[in-house]
Write a protein that binds this ligand. Sequence first.
Ligand SMILES: NC(=O)C1=CN([C@@H]2O[C@H](COP(=O)(O)OP(=O)(O)OC[C@H]3O[C@@H](n4cnc5c(N)ncnc54)[C@H](OP(=O)(O)O)[C@@H]3O)[C@@H](O)[C@H]2O)C=CC1
Ligand SMILES: O=C(O)C1=N[C@H](C(=O)O)C[C@H](O)C1
Length: 247
Amino acid sequence: MKIVLLGYGKMGQLIERFALKRGHEVVLIVDEQNRDSIELEDIEDADVAIDFSTPHAALDNISLCFEANLPIVVGTTGWYENLEEVKQITLSSDQSLLYGSNFSIGVNVFFHINKMLAKAINPYKQYDVQVEEIHHIHKLDAPSGTAITIAEGILGEVDQKKSWVNSVEGSGEEVIAKPDELLIESLRIEEVPGTHTVLYSSEVDQIEFKHTAHSREGFALGAVIAAEWLQGKKGFFQVTEMFDFNS
Ligand SMILES: NC(=O)C1=CN([C@@H]2O[C@H](COP(=O)(O)OP(=O)(O)OC[C@H]3O[C@@H](n4cnc5c(N)ncnc54)[C@H](OP(=O)(O)O)[C@@H]3O)[C@@H](O)[C@H]2O)C=CC1
Ligand SMILES: O=C(O)C1=N[C@H](C(=O)O)C[C@H](O)C1
């Protein structure tokens, strides 16, 4: 595949490494410095774009790819309030987009089990649930996209919780979740690549379900595999659709 990399920071550079290892070619690298000078003809001969840029850049980058009829994999988080609008545009303009809050295999297994666990706990109202995410101090968005996906999985199964609220440790704003709100607690610590925990607590015990990324490699390899998976497909896809845990 001929790949355009949108974003060449911690993730973009690692994705380039995995792409080359898997026999692909990186034909263009776009970052904040050169983004404004990119023309349609610079990207229209590529096979796919992979966007790991910033929450503010992602929507513009998606539009650029759609104008060039270039399929796009979006790993950037922090733009999900526009998800439904982007879905409609993708479908009505016959484009190809795959997005995911987390491309690692481990987290996609986690997403699957998270829903099963939530369903199993639901009848037992003595358990309260909360989500905790820990990331490095450079992260621009909170809560993490992964934590939002986890929270949505829980909200789909646990009747007691109707919506999520976010509290960022050290932000100076105290957030107290109401009984029908699912608390997502965000912590920012040094260079942590990404740790997510779901906690079910009752008066007599606690269940902790946790995923710890030891590096960014799982995310980067997953993004390249997602780009391969998207080849020849039209439509709006989530990374979870690449996995079939039921067969
Ligand atoms: N879905 C997943 O599995 C994962 C998602 N992420 C998400 O990916 C995103 C990137 O993460 P990370 O690599 O750590 O972040 P970095 O800050 O390390 O890199 C961001 C890159 O985006 C570039 N950039 C800024 N503006 C634009 C623009 N308009 N167009 C193209 N590129 C631009 C920056 O350029 P410059 O250096 O010139 O400023 C930089 O190269 C985040 O949203 C993060 O949450 C991260 C890991 C896994
Ligand atoms: O910004 C990061 O680093 C990460 N972002 C993603 C998210 O917001 O969930 C995925 C991963 O946890 C790392």
